[in-house]
Design a protein around this ligand. Structure first.
Ligand code: IMP
Length: 192
């Protein structure tokens, strides 16, 4: 089975490739010649994931899955959520976003947050979605060099380290994207 993973994020591609069974050949956007920015104009994480999967099917006619992730912070009423990538502005810079988050939560006692990933799968003319959630808290400063995005300030529940301090294998086993991908893989395995 061939499936396009609609992302330009090499970190994500690496994370997901490690979880997908060998009989599924993952194609990147580059592999199918899709070099343009795929529209993400919906106002929910679910909506954006579906929009991206439908875009690839409509314009390139490949079965495809797309993911969208947001960091939902309780003290900020769920922000940055669907706007996580451009929280600090259209430059979409991870360092700026993380600094803004730490600033907004400065001295705030409630640091609870969750990462949410929705994967939308376009397969054989049908659209499916899978959701993975990882609960944790926002640290008061940055820790670790691994990973990407908000990883240095997110410490999952029951862990001593932030995502940026842990190995990818551990992040994948407890993380939002890993959980969503596991559901995707279980679903695809049944379809085999
Ligand atoms: P996207 O929807 O996956 O592109 O992600 C939206 C925003 O959340 C971007 O700013 C990413 O850097 C951030 N993000 C997505 N996944 C993760 C993750 O696993 N760790 C940290 N930040 C992430």
């Amino acid at each position: 089975m061939q499936l396009v993973f609609a992302t330009n994020n090499l970190n994500k591609l690496k994370e997901v490739q490690a979880l997908i069974p060998n009989h599924i050949k993952l194609l990147s956007l580059k592999d199918i010649g899709c070099l343009e920015d795929i529209p993400e104009t919906q106002n929910t994480i679910e909506g954006n994931a579906k929009q991206k999967a439908v875009y690839i099917k409509t314009n390139y006619n490949y079965d495809c899955f797309a993911d969208d992730t947001g960091l939902e912070v309780d003290a900020l009423n769920g922000a940055p959520g669907v706007y996580s990538a451009r929280y600090a502005g259209e430059q979409r810079n991870a360092e700026d976003n993380t600094n803004k988050l730490l600033f907004e939560l400065k001295n705030h006692p409630n640091r609870s947050a969750q990462f949410k990933t929705v994967i939308a799968l376009h397969l054989n003319g049908q659209l499916y979605s899978f959701t993975g959630i990882c609960k944790g808290e926002i640290t008061t400063e940055k820790y670790g060099e691994k990973g990407f995005g908000y990883d240095p300030v997110f410490k999952p529940n029951n862990q001593n380290d932030t995502f940026a301090q842990m190995d990818l294998t551990l992040k994948n086993s407890i993380g939002h994207r890993g959980k969503a991908v596991k559901q995707l893989v279980d679903f695809l395995s049944e379809k085999k």
